[in-house]
Design a protein around this ligand. Structure first.
Ligand SMILES: *[C@@H]1O[C@H](CO)[C@@H](O)[C@H](O)[C@H]1NC(C)=O
Ligand SMILES: *[C@@H]1O[C@H](CO)[C@@H](O)[C@H](O)[C@H]1NC(C)=O
Ligand SMILES: *[C@@H]1O[C@H](CO)[C@@H](O)[C@H](O)[C@H]1NC(C)=O
Ligand SMILES: *[C@@H]1O[C@H](CO)[C@@H](O)[C@H](O)[C@H]1NC(C)=O
Ligand SMILES: *[C@@H]1O[C@H](CO)[C@@H](O)[C@H](O)[C@H]1NC(C)=O
Ligand SMILES: *[C@@H]1O[C@H](CO)[C@@H](O)[C@H](O)[C@H]1NC(C)=O
Length: 337
């Protein structure tokens, strides 16, 4: 019996029927009016689609088809899919509702109507969209300067999402890469937070981040020698750049200095300050600041000058202003004031 009905409906499908079709989509359901008999309807995965079909009272037979399969023949449901039902209003509406639309529902749907005079079909192409979703992204990494780095960002969605990368530094210019971002010979200024964005205009883009730490050996970029009178406090300062943060040591000629009577060593991140509480004649001379991390070591010479003999004092004889307040505090602790 079923076979007979199906082949009958296949023949009907080939004929032309008169109809007016309206399609509401979205969640909650919204209406999209269709002027033409065939059009594309886009709907987001998970939403409910109501593909409207209006008929008049002269109709003798109606049916809904998904591609070439009959879903409904009249009020008779042929599809086993529980998400599918009819929305009817008296004799005048014969609409198809699909709940929780999924990607495999994409395709053409046909409302077939047969009146005594003019049979007609109307086809609607249902396009199912899926918001961009990044399902895999590189873990945060720590590498040494000069390494070749590949960051990955894999995303799904319909249509296929476009993937773009940025390094979130002040310029944050787009980088040349898609699923994979290759950075060959990474430099220290390429460290930071990388943003991967997947967009396909279905919903707001999906964004994920990868933190990249670039290790490099210390470079002493600034030293501050000093001219100090006997009896006053002498200060020597040494600034290094390094990742990871460097360890510092101070030497007087070949002798390692430590916090002891009259000497105080302060380390503030990448800066170190040697304070000599009460400068004596013996304190004048050559000091060495050593910065090290597991990638390397560097040292620099500094001098504590007798007033009037100072040469090669970089910049002013004073410690940079930004550190002044901190130093006052340390000096205070140091002198127990
Ligand atoms: C429907 O979408 C297809 C591609 O999916 C396109 O080729 C066609 O032109 C569209 N038709 C209409 C009426 O928009
Ligand atoms: C439409 O047909 C496809 C392929 O046969 C099937 O996977 C899908 O579940 C059908 N959708 C509906 C709403 O009938
Ligand atoms: C990094 O890649 C370049 C080619 O892009 C290659 O010549 C070089 O040997 C690679 N370096 C390392 C450390 O793998
Ligand atoms: C500095 O040392 C000299 C000689 O050792 C001593 O007379 C003086 O009181 C000291 N000054 C301070 C501020 O400790
Ligand atoms: C200062 O000491 C360092 C390390 O001991 C040495 O390499 C450097 O030549 C000395 N500089 C002067 C001017 O004595
Ligand atoms: C400073 O570096 C030189 C070589 O760069 C090395 O010979 C010297 O021993 C170092 N001085 C200290 C105190 O580490």
């Amino acid at each position: 019996m079923q076979v007979g009905r199906k082949s009958c409906w296949r023949q009907l499908q080939a004929s032309f029927f008169r109809l007016l079709c309206l399609i509401p989509t979205g969640f909650p359901v919204r209406s999209v009016d269709m002027q033409r008999a065939t059009d594309n309807i886009t709907i987001r995965q998970g939403d409910t689609a109501v593909i409207r079909c209006y008929v008049d009272d002269k109709v003798s037979k109606v049916a809904w088809l998904n591609r070439s399969n009959i879903i409904f023949a009249g009020q008779d449901k042929w599809s086993l899919d529980p998400r599918v039902d009819l929305v009817t209003k008296g004799q005048l509406e014969y609409s198809l509702r699909i709940q929780k639309v999924d990607v495999y529902d994409e395709g053409s749907y046909t409302c077939s109507i047969q009146t005594k005079q003019q049979p007609k079909t109307s086809q609607v192409y249902l396009i199912v969209q899926v918001p961009a979703n990044i399902y895999k992204v590189s873990e945060d990494i720590t590498v040494n300067e000069g390494s070749n780095v590949t960051l990955s960002c894999l995303a799904s969605g319909r249509p296929d999402p476009a993937i773009t990368w940025r390094l979130l530094n002040p310029s944050a210019e787009p980088l040349d890469g898609e699923e994979y971002l290759d950075i060959s010979g990474i430099m220290r200024n390429q460290a930071g937070r990388y943003e991967c964005k997947a967009s396909n205009d279905v919903a707001t883009p999906d964004v994920k981040y990868v933190n990249v730490v670039v290790n490099y050996p210390p470079t002493i970029k600034k030293t501050q020698s000093s001219e100090t009178q006997v009896g006053r406090m002498g200060m020597l300062q040494c600034d290094a750049t390094a990742v990871p943060t460097p360890e510092f040591e101070w030497y007087r000629d070949d002798k390692r200095l430590s916090n002891a009577q009259g000497i105080n060593i302060q380390i503030l991140g990448t800066t170190t300050i040697l304070m000599i509480a009460n400068v004596t004649e013996e304190d004048y001379g050559n000091y060495t600041c050593v910065a090290s991390n597991r990638l390397g070591i560097q040292n620099a010479s500094l001098f504590l000058y007798r007033p009037g003999t100072g040469r090669d004092i970089n910049g002013s004889a004073c410690v940079s202003q930004s550190l002044w307040l901190l130093l006052v505090c340390f000096a205070c602790l140091f002198f127990k004031c």
